[in-house]
Design a protein around this ligand. Structure first.
Ligand code: HEM
Ligand SMILES: *[C@@H]1O[C@H](CO)[C@@H](O)[C@H](O)[C@H]1NC(C)=O
Ligand SMILES: *[C@@H]1O[C@H](CO)[C@@H](O)[C@H](O)[C@H]1NC(C)=O
Length: 442
C-alpha cells in the first residue's frame, strides 16, 4: 500500500491538499458557529484571490499612493446599509473587522476597554522600537507605564513655553524671505523633533540647523519599516530589516548617554534641578531601569512629534487657501497678545478662535487617523451586524478591528444638516464651532 503511494507523488500531494482543505473547512464551520453564538456577522467584503491577496494588494497600492482614505472608503462601500460603516473580511485566514461607526469605536476605546487591546503580536512586532512602553502593552504593564508618564505631562510641566519659544524662533528664521517657496511641513517635522528632544532629554538634536542629522534620518527609516511590518501581519518576516536595526542603533546610541548621565545623579539632586527635562522627572520618581526609561522616552518622542507637526502642517495648508481665517486669527492674536510680548499659557487658553481653528484641523485631519485593536476575549461590538446592519457583531478572541477616526469624522450623516451656521462636513470652517460642540462620549 505505502509502496503504491510513494510511487505516485501526485496522489500523495492530492491527498495532503485534500486533508488540508477539510481541516480548514471544519475549522471555519466551528468558528462561524462560535461567532453566531456571540452575535451576527457584518457585510462581507468579497475577495477574488486566496488569503485575500487582492485586498492586501489594494491596501499596499493605496499606502504607496498616499490614498489610504480612498482604500477605507472602498472597504466601507461594501456595506449596503446607509448608516452603518462596519464590514469584515478574511485576510490570510484571519477575520478582520473595519469600522467607522461611533458606537463601535466608543466600545473599543471606552465602554468595552477591557475587551480590546494591542495584543501579544503587536507587542512583539514593535518591541525593538518601543519596547514595553505605553504604546505596546496592555493590562498591568500599560497601567504601570501610564502611572510613570502621566505626572510628567500635567499642566505645570507643559505650561512652560520658553522651550517652545526657543525653537519657534529658530523656525521663523527658516521661513523669512519675500515670495520664497518653502516646504513648511518638512520644517514643522524638524521643529517638533528639536522641540521634543529638547523637552524630553534636555538637549535638542537641532535638526532645523542641520537638516541631515543622523538621528532624524534614522527615526524616519525606523518608522517607515515599522509601519510596513504592522501592515504585513503574518508576512512581516519577509520584510528586509537591515536599515531598521541600523536605525535603532543610531537612536539608542543618541538616547542612552543621556539616560546613563541622569541615572548617575541622586534622586534628591534631580528633584532640586531648576529646569527638569522629562527624563530628569522620570528618573526623579526613583525608577532605575535604563531600558524602561528608554522605552518611555522613545514612545513619547513618537507620540508628541508627528501629531504636532501634522496638525501644524494641515492648519497652514488650510490657512494658505483661506485669507479670511488668517485675518480673524491675526486679529485675535493682536488683541490678546499684541505684537511684541510672548504668549503665556493663559493667553492661549483665552483665544477661542485659535482653539476653533485647531479643533477644525483635528476634525478633518485627526493625528491618529487609523488604528487597530485586537479582541482580548470573545466579545461583541454593538452595531454593524445582521440583516439591517444594526445588530451586535460577534467577535472571537484574536480578531483584529481596524477603525478609522478620519472616515468617521468626515461622515455627513453624523452631523447636523448643513445650514448658514453649519457648512457641509467636508468644508474647513472654524466658525462651525461657534455654536456647536459635538456630543461627548461620557
Ligand atoms: C495634536 C496633538 C496630539 C493628538 C491629536 C494626539 C492624539 C492621541 C491619540 C488619538 C492617542 C490614542 C492612541 C491609541 O489609542 O492607540 C494618543 C495617545 C498618547 N499620546 Fe497623544 N496626541 C497628540 C500629542 C501628544 C503629545 C504632544 C504627547 C506628549 C508629549 C502625547 C502623548 C501621548 C501618550 C503618552 C499617549 C498614550 C496614552 C495611553 O495609552 O494611555 N500626545 N494621542
Ligand atoms: C494614485 O494617485 C494619483 C495622484 O495622486 C491619483 O490620480 C490616482 O487616482 C491614485 N490611484 C489610486 C488607485 O488611488
Ligand atoms: C474642541 O473640541 C472638543 C472635542 O469635541 C470640545 O470638547 C471643545 O469644546 C472644543 N473647543 C472649543 C473651544 O470649541
Amino acid at each position: 500500500m505505502l509502496d503504491y503511494f510513494f510511487a505516485h507523488p501526485f496522489l500523495v500531494s492530492l491527498l495532503i491538499v485534500g486533508f488540508y482543505c477539510l481541516y480548514v473547512a471544519v475549522l471555519s464551520i466551528l468558528e462561524n458557529r462560535a461567532i453566531t453564538r456571540l452575535g451576527s456577522f457584518c457585510p462581507r467584503i468579497r475577495s477574488y484571490l486566496p488569503f485575500g491577496a487582492d485586498i492586501v494588494y489594494r491596501m499596499r497600492h493605496h499606502a504607496h499612493n498616499d490614498t489610504d482614505i480612498d482604500f477605507w472608503e472602498w472597504l466601507f462601500a461594501w456595506s449596503p446599509h446607509e448608516h452603518s460603516k462596519t464590514v469584515e473580511v478574511a485576510l490570510a485566514r484571519r477575520r478582520w473587522i473595519f469600522t467607522a461607526d461611533p458606537e463601535n469605536i466608543k466600545a473599543i476605546l471606552a465602554t468595552q476597554f477591557q475587551d480590546f487591546g494591542k495584543g501579544k503580536q503587536f507587542h512583539e512586532d514593535w518591541k525593538p522600537f518601543l519596547g514595553d512602553s505605553i504604546f505596546t502593552t496592555d493590562g498591568q504593564q500599560w497601567h504601570d507605564s501610564r502611572q510613570l508618564i502621566r505626572p510628567q505631562l500635567v499642566k505645570n510641566r507643559v505650561a512652560d513655553l520658553k522651550i517652545f519659544e526657543k525653537h519657534a524662533e529658530r523656525l521663523m528664521t527658516k521661513i523669512g524671505g519675500h515670495g520664497e517657496v518653502v516646504d513648511i511641513a518638512a520644517l514643522f517635522y524638524r521643529f517638533t523633533l528639536d522641540l521634543t528632544t529638547d523637552y524630553l532629554l534636555g538637549k535638542s538634536v537641532d535638526s532645523l540647523d542641520n537638516p541631515q542629522t543622523e538621528f532624524a534620518s534614522a527615526f524616519a527609516e525606523v518608522q517607515k519599516v515599522q509601519s510596513l511590518i504592522t501592515r504585513s501581519g503574518e508576512l512581516s518576516a519577509l520584510i528586509p530589516k537591515g536599515a531598521y536595526f541600523r536605525g535603532l542603533k543610531v537612536i539608542n546610541a543618541f538616547v542612552e548617554p543621556f539616560i546613563e548621565q541622569v541615572l548617575r545623579l541622586k534622586v534628591s539632586d534631580l528633584e532640586e534641578k531648576p529646569s527638569q527635562s522629562f527624563l530628569d522627572a522620570l528618573a526623579a520618581t526613583g525608577t532605575r531601569d535604563c531600558n524602561a526609561i528608554r522605552d518611555q522616552v522613545i514612545a513619547v518622542l513618537l507620540a508628541g512629534r508627528d501629531t504636532t507637526a501634522g496638525t501644524l502642517s494641515f492648519t497652514f495648508k488650510e490657512l494658505s487657501a483661506q485669507p479670511e481665517i488668517v485675518r480673524k486669527l491675526r486679529r485675535e492674536i493682536l488683541e490678546k497678545v499684541g505684537s511684541s510680548k510672548l504668549p503665556t499659557y493663559e493667553d492661549l487658553k483665552s483665544m477661542p478662535y485659535l482653539q476653533h481653528v485647531i479643533n477644525e484641523t483635528l476634525r478633518l485631519y485627526p493625528s491618529v487617523p487609523y488604528n487597530v485593536r485586537r479582541a482580548l476575549h470573545d466579545t461583541t461590538l454593538p452595531t454593524g451586524g445582521g440583516p439591517d446592519g444594526s445588530q451586535p457583531v460577534g467577535i472571537l478572541e484574536g480578531t483584529d478591528i481596524g477603525y478609522a477616526a478620519i472616515s468617521m469624522q468626515r461622515r455627513e450623516d453624523l452631523y447636523p444638516p448643513p445650514s448658514a451656521d453649519f457648512p457641509p462636513a467636508s468644508q474647513y470652517s472654524p466658525e462651525r464651532w461657534d455654536k456647536w460642540t459635538p456630543k461627548p462620549w461620557t
